[in-house]
Structure formats: C-alpha cells, structure tokens
Design a protein around this ligand. Sequence first.
Ligand code: GLC
Length: 468
Amino acid sequence: MRKNKFLNNAALVISFCAIYLQTVKAQNSVTTEKPVWVKETEAQKDKRMEWWQDARFGMFIHWGLYSSAARHEWVQNREKISAENYRKYFDVFNPDLYNPQEWAKKAKQAGMKYVVITTKHHEGFCLWDSKYTDFKATKSPAGKDLLKPLVNALRAEDIRVGFYYSLIDWNHPHFPIDRNHPLRDEKNVAELNRNRDIKKYQQFLKDQVTELLTQFGKIDELFFDYSYPGSNGKGQQDWDSEGLLKLVRKLQPDVIVNDRLDLSETNWGWDYKTPEQFMPAKWPSVNGINVPWETCQTFSGSWGYHRDEYSWKSSRQLITMLIETVSKGGNLLLNVGPTARGLFEEKANERLDDIAKWMKFNDRSIYGCTQAPDNFEKPDNCILTYNAGTKRLYIHVLSWPFKSLHLKNYKGKFRYAQLLNDASEIKFRYDIKPGSHTTETAGENDVILDLPVQAPGVEVPVIELVLN
Ligand code: GLC
C-alpha cells in the first residue's frame, strides 16, 4: 500500500516535470523544420544566387538622421536619447546636395555591381514615403522621397538594388523596450512597456516590407538587421521571422535574403552569411559545406557618417580585402556613409577612385571568380582567385619579388601567362638546373615566372594564367 502511494507520487512528479519541460521548450523553441511553403530546391536556389556570386562586389550605404549627429549610427542608443529628443535631427534633415545619379556613378566606376541602401535604420526614420509612419523623409525638411530617385539612378547605371531594413525601431510606440533600446535604463521601463504590443509591431514590419517590395520594382537583395535573442533581446518569435520571410518570398521570389532573422539554425531561413567587419580565415561552412557569404565592411569603423573618426583603411587595404574575400568564395559589401547634406566625403571619394583605377585594369580577377582549386598552391606573398568558366587562375602579388616567381607543382597546368593590367606576356621556364649564377633546386614540376624587375603601376599587380 505504502509502496503504491510512493510510486503514484513519483509518477505524478515525473509527469509534472515532463509538462514543465515541454512548456519551457515551447517557449524557447526555435523553428528549424522546413515549413510547407518552402518549395525551392537547392538547384533553384543556386540559380537564384548566380548573379550575386558572379558580382562579388557591392556598395553599402548608411544614410539617415544619424548622419546629422555625425558620430555613429548608434548615437541614439549610445547616448540614450529619447525619441522626443532625437527629433531635433528630423527637424533639420535637409540633404540639399543629394544627387543620386552621382552616387550611382561612383558605385559603377568602383566596379560595384549592386548597392544596398538603408531604407530605415534602428532609429526608425524612413527614406521612403511609408504610409505607416510620419517619421519619414517626406515629412522632414528634405520634403521628398529619397529612396525612389536612388533606385532609378542605380537602374539607369545597370546596378542591382538591395534594401537594408532594420528589424529594430527605436521610434515605434509598439516596439518593446529591450536591452538595446535608448530608454533601457529608465526607471519605469515596465510601465513604459505596458502598452507596447509586439503583435502590432510585427504587423508594422510586414506592412513596411510589403511597401518596399511592391513599390520599387525588382529588389535584388534584402538585408534585415538584426536579431539578438536571449535575455531581454529579440529574435524570430518577436519579429515573426517565418511569417516575414514567407511574405518576402511571396512578393519577390528572386530576392536574396541575409541571415539576420534568427533563422540561422534552419536550412531555409537565409541565403547567405554576413560576417561583419571581419575577415574569415577560410570559406565559411555549415555542416562541412561551404555556403554563400558576404562580408560587410566600413572605411573607418562607423557605418553612418562620422566626422571625427580617423581609423580609415588605406586604398591598398581595401583592394586587398576585396581580393581576399573573393579568394575565399565571398562577396564584399563596402560601406559609404554620406553626410546629412547628401555627399560622399572626400576620404571616401579618394578610396573609391583608387578602387576604380585598380578595377579598370584588374576586374577580371574579381567578377565570376572564386576560391582556386586545391591543386594550385599559393606562391609566397600572393592571393589566388579562379574563374571556372574561363579556366583562368589569377595570382595577386602583394609584394613584388625580384624577377622570379616560383610556382610549385604548376608544370603542365597552364599554357600562357600574362600581366593582367597590360596583357603583356610573362615568359616562364621549368626543368630548372642550377647554373653558375643560380642555386635553384626546384622540383621537377615547378615553374619559374620571369617577371620584370619593376612592378607594374597598379596597387596590387595581377598575373593571369591560362589553364590547360
Ligand atoms: C549592425 C549594426 C548596424 C549596421 C549593420 C551593418 O548590426 O547594428 O549599425 O547597420 O550592422 O551590417
């Protein structure tokens, strides 16, 4: 009898535990299972991403009210500025020198094949005439839609159009205050949050995304930003990420979507990885398979215009960054933060001009290129890229050597070599025997390229090998 009672109690406790665990699991559950509305096959996805993987190089543009503060686009968060006090930037925002054709031309000259613009950043200010808020360019002293003219200018230059859209919105009355919110340290956060309804906010996200995907023609890339799940943060359940993505796929089935909806655990909730201000050591992979990736990078550490920021990268660093990204199978999205008057600052222009100069002579080693096959060893101080379509290998020489570039095990793998910048032949030899002036003991499959003593006059010289 006693034993029975004990067993009954134990069973009760166990079933309580099971129910409790299930509830906790449901609350924290992350969607990983493939929903029925996801129909695309791997092959279809590859096709959809083809232009993007060939393009390799895009421009990011961060432009909004924070451009007036000119001290980082997170200024509202960092200085804990309430929406009311932030309004002073709205009241003066008047980009009188804005010339979208000029922006498009600069991107084009630098060799960028697509441009991703912040339609709305975390501050909530919209560059387009959204029906769902008054916090927008048309109501500010700018007095007009700033997005449409850029979209048109880009298309006129044959540049693809990408939209950055912030999931976060520090201006929206239904966005619950969380650990990143400018009001996070107010004493009455609970009270302030009482009337904030995340469901209403979810609808707002969908409404705005619908506008962006129905009023501007074909959108090529969509950059959602960003999720920070966990304690007092926000993630897929807050945004209704699955619902949002479903809507996106319905409105624009070809658009390429980044990985910041907090659906990274799935194999259907993102198209590419987004390492930010970071160069991966090798091609990023998931479960051992290399995945598409795009690294977004700044000139100086800030995305929005930052008047007093001096850690600018050199043109050489930026060009090398592009080469290195492509050598690992990725895309580079390089950011410009225009001023509140609508201009790219001089330091940005100088770098874009330098990149343009380099790309004019060397873009063949970038477009349509990717990581070189494993059987091509990297020579000293070099970075390799490879075009599988044209069967050419590109050797980017970071430090110009004296006359000889030694290629290990390259014998029989290529039939012609030239400098890319002027298409001048580079002679090469193998069967290298030590002579009275040389000590060469190269392997029998090694090749020596006979280079000119003077480096070609481009920032990073490129040698093109026509492969067998
Ligand atoms: C971040 C930042 C942001 C920037 C973005 C670019 O997540 O919040 O300010 O826009 O990355 O990728």
